[in-house]
Design a protein around this ligand. Structure first.
Ligand SMILES: [Zn+2]
Length: 248
């Protein structure tokens, strides 16, 4: 039984680092924008979510992004996020690397969270460097189709990584360090197709660590994982937390 195997691995292979993708947040009502039925099936991401599109027409990009922001700002952490926060509190999980921009790990109570694709928490001005928190951006969007910098007036850019942008170097370096030092990397809800995040499991394996994957559908690294569980994130992580002894 694969859950039993996963429980054994988490106990035997410490520290355990968790890598999460869109699949952990779908249960919070956030669609997986990269799935074949997702929004990128109808919108060309290069027109709405690339840095070139933003620089060419920031208002058009904000018109699209603001709709996502409504869903993201209203979403609540689910059982999967809560179970991971509990596992960190109990000492079974040492950190989370996430591709998600929704802040749900932090809101569930997780403390060590590396957001390699940025987050909706802030938007920034590309001219003067002003950083504006989400609540203020939402307020600005009530009066205008795109939020302007309070200091210089330029349209702000959300602090999420757009297509065509590099990942924030600090974030990816921290993520690499966690992955390389992990005795167990537990992948949850990621199909491991987006680089460079998809390369993190290889860093764990190269360091002598073990890979475990919980994801609906296959990933390119299934054959190299000690266990794969094709099931929902929430139910699996809750069952894992319940099956592990107390620790700490
Ligand atoms: Zn500015």
């Amino acid at each position: 039984m694969s859950l039993t195997r996963l429980v054994e691995l988490v106990q035997a292979r410490q520290p355990c680092v968790v890598l999460t993708g869109a699949g952990i947040s779908t249960e919070s009502g956030i669609p997986d924008f990269r799935s074949s039925t997702g929004i990128w099936a109808t919108y060309d991401p290069m027109d709405y979510a690339s840095i070139d599109a933003f620089l060419a027409d920031p208002v058009k990009v904000w018109d699209f992004y603001a709709k996502r922001l409504d869903v993201l700002a209203d979403a609540q952490p689910n059982e999967g996020h809560r179970a991971l926060a509990e596992l960190e509190e109990r000492g079974w999980v040492s950190g989370i690397v996430t591709q998600n921009i929704d802040r749900l790990h932090e809101r569930a109570g997780s403390r060590t969270v590396v957001e390699v694709h940025g987050s909706i928490r802030t938007s920034s001005c590309l001219d003067c460097g002003e950083v504006v928190p989400l609540a203020e951006v939402v307020r600005l969007l009530e009066d205008a189709p795109a939020p302007a910098c309070p200091r210089c007036g330029r349209i702000l850019k959300p602090d999420v990584v757009m297509f065509g942008e590099y990942l924030p170097p600090d974030g990816i370096a921290h993520a690499s360090r966690l992955a390389a030092q992990a005795a167990l990397l537990l992948v949850v809800g990621s199909s491991l197709e987006v680089h460079p995040v998809a390369g993190l499991p290889l860093e764990t394996l190269a360091g002598g660590g073990t890979l475990a994957i919980v994801n609906r559908g296959p990933t390119p690294l299934d054959a190299r994982a000690a266990v794969t569980i094709d099931a929902g994130a929430g139910e699996t992580l809750r069952a894992l937390a319940d099956a592990l002894p107390g620790r700490r």
